[in-house]
Design a protein around this ligand. Structure first.
Ligand code: ADP
Ligand SMILES: N[C@@H](CCOP(=O)(O)O)C(=O)O
Length: 336
């Protein structure tokens, strides 16, 4: 359950009135999620999601909420944060920073098929095109500059637990990725404000007569400026794998990459570095899961995700660089 702070109907009404959203007709806590307090809120003017932020503070939130608003106003299917009379998107409720965003229809597809990956590829590329005009800048806070100190923090804990192989792999992979990021190819990668955590549980689908239709992406609270291909790599490592083994599923990979390419063709350096960025994206989540596992924080991460899943993926992507490069080139060629 993810209601850390209880919100009453009068509390919600106060905020709804301030935002000009009408009378509250329903308020229901949302069970999913691990980080924030979320409620479905219905008013006489529509259906919304009310979030009370348990970790992020007022100063940190404008980047994420303004990005969502920018994307929503440029035709991308994302929740639209509602402003107050002064145009502010970050509000206060029950002593916490809060936001009210439009509610997406549908549900997450936790066993995505080719058709879901095609939709994801199209909409992800649209989102990357739309984010180009976004004026605020914040780096990906879970990027390379977070990795080195976090590896230093986690390594002694792994060693104390007798996980010396794991600690060695962490160090080796960090060294390889640091070198990759220092290359001229990496410096040439197109960048933008990207989601950085677009796993299958952060998208919604509705069923249309011709198949699933992506109704939106949400949970932008790890977004930041990074290579567009890093965002695509995060998606591939979650949407296009066999969850039990971490192995890539060729058909879903082709579907995602070829449909992305239809909207935003990859340039040569992006295609060349994508296998390396698959390693980077796997490493990022392996490390954050190790960090959550060994250094759990109060009032967040109720049930830490299993780091072993991403350790497996790191090992696979290291071993499969050439095979993955070939497969990606074929997927891109489908649409050339
Ligand atoms: N804009 C939205 N529209 C519809 N449902 C949403 C929306 N935002 C969040 N949800 C629902 O709330 C749940 C928790 O949201 P999430 O952002 O994952 O929480 P947390 O930040 O705590 O991890 C999601 O699984 C989804 O069901
Ligand atoms: N997707 C990350 C964890 C982030 O949690 P979220 O619920 O905020 O998406 C992972 O799987 O490690």
């Amino acid at each position: 359950m993810a209601v850390f702070t209880t919100v009453t109907v009068p509390d919600a009404q106060t905020l709804s009135t301030r935002l000009g959203l009408g009378e509250v007709t329903a308020l229901q806590g949302i069970a999913g999620g691990i980080e924030n307090t979320n409620y479905f809120l219905s008013t006489t003017q529509g259906d919304w999601v009310l979030t009370l932020f348990e970790r992020l503070n007022h100063a940190q939130l404008p980047f994420y909420l303004e990005l969502m608003r920018h994307l929503a106003h440029h035709g991308v299917v994302v929740p639209d944060p509602q402003p107050d009379a002064d145009g502010a998107l970050v509000h206060s409720l029950c002593g916490k920073p809060a936001a009210v965003v439009t509610r997406l229809q549908g549900r997450s597809e936790l066993a995505p098929q080719v058709a879901h990956c095609q939709q994801l590829g199209l909409q992800l590329a649209h989102m990357h095109l739309a984010s180009r005009g976004f004026a605020l800048h914040q780096p990906n806070l879970r990027g390379l500059s977070w990795w080195a100190p976090t590896v230093a923090e986690v390594t002694p804990l792994l060693q104390a637990a007798g996980e010396n192989d794991m600690a060695a792999l962490l160090a080796d992979e960090l060294a390889w990725l640091s070198q990759m990021y220092a290359s001229s190819d990496a410096a040439a990668l197109p960048q933008g404000a990207v989601h950085c955590d677009l796993f299958r549980d952060n998208a919604m689908f509705v069923q249309a007569s011709d198949g699933p239709r992506l109704s939106g992406f949400f949970d932008f609270y790890f977004a930041g400026v990074d290579a567009l291909m890093f965002d695509l790599a995060v998606c591939i490592n979650d949407w296009c794998i066999d969850l039990a083994t971490g192995e890539l599923d060729g058909e879903r990979l082709d579907a995602l990459v070829s449909h992305y390419q239809m909207v935003r063709p990859l340039d040569a350096v992006e295609l060349r570095l994508l296998p390396a960025l698959l390693r980077a994206a796997a490493f990022r989540f392996w490390l954050s899961r190790l960090w959550d596992w060994h250094l759990p924080r109060e009032a967040s991460v109720l049930k830490p995700h299993d780091p072993r899943h991403f350790e497996r993926i790191v090992r696979l992507r290291r071993a499969q660089m050439d095979a993955v490069a070939e497969r990606l080139a074929a997927a891109v060629a489908q649409e050339a």
